[in-house]
Design a protein around this ligand. Structure first.
Ligand SMILES: [Zn+2]
Ligand SMILES: [Zn+2]
Length: 329
């Protein structure tokens, strides 16, 4: 991915300003979803669960934690609480339009986890595309030329409104909860599957590496992360195969962390996050990043289509399945 220079910003190095715009957008998203419980709750919502007791049973989560997460989703307008019965009063949680538009994110998590967490994936194993009847493997393409998106074909620049690169702010990481709960069964694969989605700093580090922020010093300066937290996260990312061991870069005279296939394939996930966050969470006055698909030269609008038929995937067309049908196509 090429980060084109931005000359307006006085303080930040030009090639970092565009990255900061994207990272701050991802960071706002992580403020809501940077926690494995939130991602698993969203999974259940998409699988059609609507009631408190059912969420609790599926997730094995305390009432308090579940209540907090549902409130967070409610506060951000992702779910709405609706009474479905009067006496006694009973409620269910339904997706709003904002919540339904997380479908690309949910589908891209599915693709990545199914590929890299394998049988340890906490998501349904099989999707079917109702409209064509085949197995659904969603893919992210350029809406203009319909080519699948590759990192090398994409560039980003800060929008014209960028006066000052945004600061990355947010709460601390929260990932101990799920790890502890699953201690007995934690495996390398499960770790991979949940770690990347549920940890604030790992998300930002990996998104940064995809954007070309690859050395330890650059990460400290762009992400504003403390060196001990950064060392710890990098060590885990290398251990689980999300990053390659750093190699010396003679041009920048720094050791650069490299992408692996596993982290390269996070691109669609981060693009879906960035798209949704730019639409729904952008603070007033913050410039949007300009993505470009260099393969066709157009402004990049990511779109999720099915490999089955090449048609755009709508949530209502997706059917979830835990195991293959015997008469599957
Ligand atoms: Zn294109
Ligand atoms: Zn299809």
């Amino acid at each position: 991915m090429n980060v084109q220079s931005v000359s307006r910003h006085p303080k930040t190095a030009p090639d970092q300003a565009a990255s900061l715009v994207v990272l701050s957008s991802i960071s706002r998203f992580i403020d809501i979803f940077g926690d494995p419980w939130s991602v698993l709750l969203l999974r259940d919502v998409y699988l059609g669960v609507t009631r408190f007791e059912d969420f609790q049973k599926n997730l094995g989560i305390t009432r308090q934690t579940l209540s907090n997460r549902l409130q967070t989703f409610g506060r951000h307008g992702i779910l709405v609480k609706v009474a479905y019965q009067d006496r006694p009063a009973r409620y269910e949680y339904r997706l709003t339009e904002k919540g339904r538009e997380l479908a690309d994110f949910a589908l891209m998590i599915w693709v990545w986890q199914n590929r890299w967490a394998g049988s340890h994936s906490l998501l349904p194993r099989i999707l079917r595309h109702r409209s064509c009847g085949y197995f659904l493997v969603p893919q992210m393409v350029c809406a203009e030329c319909r080519s699948p998106l590759e990192l090398a074909d994409i560039s980003v620049e800060a929008g014209p409104g960028l006066v000052e690169a945004p600061q990355l702010t947010g709460r601390g990481r929260r990932w101990a909860a799920l790890e502890t709960r699953r201690e007995g069964t934690t495996s390398q694969n499960l770790l991979k599957g949940t770690y990347v989605i549920g940890d604030r700093w790992s998300n930002l580090i990996l998104a940064g590496v995809l954007l070309g922020i690859r050395s330890f010093d650059a990460m400290v300066s762009v992400l504003g992360i403390s060196t001990n937290i950064l060392s710890h996260r990098l060590k885990i990312c290398v251990e689980v195969g999300l990053l390659a061991e750093p190699t010396y870069n003679a041009d920048s005279r720094a050791y650069d962390y490299g992408l692996t296939r596993m982290s390269r394939e996070l691109l669609p996930l981060f693009l879906s996050i960035s798209e949704w966050s730019d639409k729904w969470l952008r603070p007033e006055g913050v410039a949007l990043p300009h993505w470009r698909h260099r393969l066709c030269g157009h402004r990049l609008v990511p779109q999720v289509t099915g490999r089955c038929c090449g048609e755009p995937v709508r949530l209502s067309d997706v059917r979830f399945q835990q195991a293959p049908d015997p008469d599957a196509t």
